[in-house]
Design a protein around this ligand. Structure first.
Ligand code: CS2
Length: 492
């Protein structure tokens, strides 16, 4: 849709039921730089910083950055950084305009501008949503992927960084030289021990340039662990058109999301810190049990739904759980995952599961199984395989989890059960494709994929019970299809 865009000057003409920033944006400082400003950041952390500014603390404006594409800058900069968070629940819809984002930098166009933003005296926090693969860590060793071309470039010199760890190290070097405090860098990706992963990547990059800088970062920086949760489906052109009809202006940066939102942050900061608790953030010493519950219940089920649903031609998460067998299958996954958890005080698993099922059933979100299927090689370990390892160590069966893994394996063939071809969207897609092409039977294909050490830990692959469970489900999937395999599991 074309027409006038959302901007500062359009705010006065918006309908009365649209919630406006309500503060003077010119007095806001950019205390936060966000790396990877996609829809998730706009619906989650930016909403929190916006609440802090509304409540009267102007230190927490955001400068956003994209590490690759100029798309978000092109959506947001012509709108003065403004965008709508559209919260949908059944037939109700609420629109709130977020004013916290000041501008969006495109790192490859001007890397020095991003380094300067990170090194600015007003900047205290860096938040990141760069996806699992953006940390550039080797899952087997936890050190930098030195064979990655961008990592290699950053190891050669940081004049024009390319990776998130490279940008942080270049900026921290400048901060140290300028006598500024270090930073608090908060990973907001769905990685286990995300704070430790970010610090490992940054410290490794720093050490290879200057061991003294590494020590300074370790002593002065902070990399708190976090758990982030809000379902944010990709925005479609229909969503943009529908909002334009309501607002009277076009918002190309809108995000749609659910009412639920949760952010658990380890209480560990360097230097100035926002009063996150006042905006509903849970601060704790121990994030791991929250993160584990969320990754294994929400994300584990999501990935299983994505591959099984995707293979069966089910486009949306709500359609999968609307089928009786679909919701029973999800409950089976949760029954298996639940025995591996150590729920933190304040998390009641039965209530959490009920709430999760209701969130998955929210049909107004239109959350695509295809979207969740992306980057499975990066997601499988923490979402399904860690749970499987914990179950097997206790001698417990893993049938539902193994069906999820087998569905990921079948997905690597790039063809759904209706025969439609699709592109496997994954950094390891070429490798997984050549592995599945090696085997002729479902068992052979599954065993070939198990050799992928970046995904499957050696101790798990060495277990006959694991291999048997996965190959059994792979054979069933090939014979019965995804829905048939689910039925067989439920009746077994
Ligand atoms: C999803 C997540 O796309 C995916 O992999 O599982 O983005 C999920 O919606 C969020 O983690 C919810 O907090």
């Amino acid at each position: 849709m074309s027409g006038p865009r959302l901007s500062e000057s359009a705010l006065g003409g918006l309908p009365a039921d649209v919630v406006q920033p309500g503060y003077n944006r010119t007095t806001v400082k950019a205390g936060v730089v966000h790396l990877g400003i996609g829809a998730f950041h706009r619906a989650h952390q930016a909403d929190v910083f916006d609440q802090l500014i509304r409540a009267g603390d102007p230190r927490w404006g955001i400068r956003g950055a994209s590490l690759r594409s100029p798309d978000v800058a092109e959506q947001m900069n012509p709108q003065d950084g403004l965008y709508s968070v559209v919260v949908r629940d059944g037939s109700s819809e609420q629109v709130r305009i977020i004013g916290a984002v000041q501008d969006v930098l495109v790192a490859p166009q001007d890397p020095a501008a991003l380094v300067e933003a990170l090194a600015a005296a007003d900047t205290h926090l860096v938040t990141l949503t760069v996806t699992e693969k953006g940390y550039k860590l080797d899952p087997a060793t936890g050190t930098l992927l030195t064979e990655d071309a961008d990592v290699a470039a950053d190891l050669g010199g940081l004049d024009r960084p390319k990776t998130a760890p490279g940008f942080l190290v270049a900026a921290l070097k400048l901060r140290r030289e300028r006598g500024l405090p270090a930073l608090t860098a908060i990973s907001c990706d769905n990685l286990p021990h995300n704070g430790a992963a970010l610090s490992a990547a940054v410290l490794d990059m720093a050490a290879r340039h200057d061991p003294a800088l590494r020590d300074w970062i370790e002593a002065n920086g902070a990399f708190p662990q976090t758990m982030v949760d809000r379902i944010v489906p990709a925005t479609t052109s229909e969503d943009i058109d529908a909002l334009a009809a309501r607002l009277g202006v076009v918002d190309r940066a809108m995000v749609k999301t659910e009412p639920f939102t949760q952010w658990v942050v380890e209480d560990r900061f360097a230097g100035e810190r926002p009063d996150l608790a006042s905006a509903g953030v849970q601060l704790t010493q121990s994030v791991a049990p929250w993160e584990e519950a969320k990754l294994r219940l929400l994300n584990g089920a999501h990935s299983a739904i994505a591959y099984l649903g995707g293979l069966a031609g089910i486009d949306f998460v709500h359609q999968f759980v609307a089928r009786e067998a679909g919701s029973r299958f999800v409950n089976r996954v949760w029954d298996e995952a639940e025995t591996t958890l150590s729920p933190p005080p304040g998390l009641e698993v039965a209530a959490y599961r009920n709430e999760l099922m209701a969130r998955f059933a929210n049909s107004s979100l239109q959350h695509r199984t295809r979207q969740i299927a992306m980057d499975g090689s990066q997601k499988l370990p923490q979402r399904l395989l860690a749970t499987i390892s914990a179950r097997l160590q206790k001698g417990q069966p893993i049938d539902a989890l193994a069906l999820g893994v087998a569905a990921w394996m079948r997905w690597q063939e790039g063809r759904d059960e209706g025969g439609a071809a699709f592109k496997v969207d994954d950094p390891l897609a070429d490798t997984t494709r050549s592995l599945v092409e090696r085997g002729s039977s479902p068992t052979d294909k599954a065993l070939a994929l198990l050799s992928l050490s970046a995904v499957f830990p050696a101790d798990l692959v060495g277990r006959p019970d694991f291999r048997a469970a996965v190959t059994t489900q792979a054979e069933r999937l090939a014979r019965l299809g995804a829905l048939g395999a689910i039925d067989a599991l439920l009746s077994g």
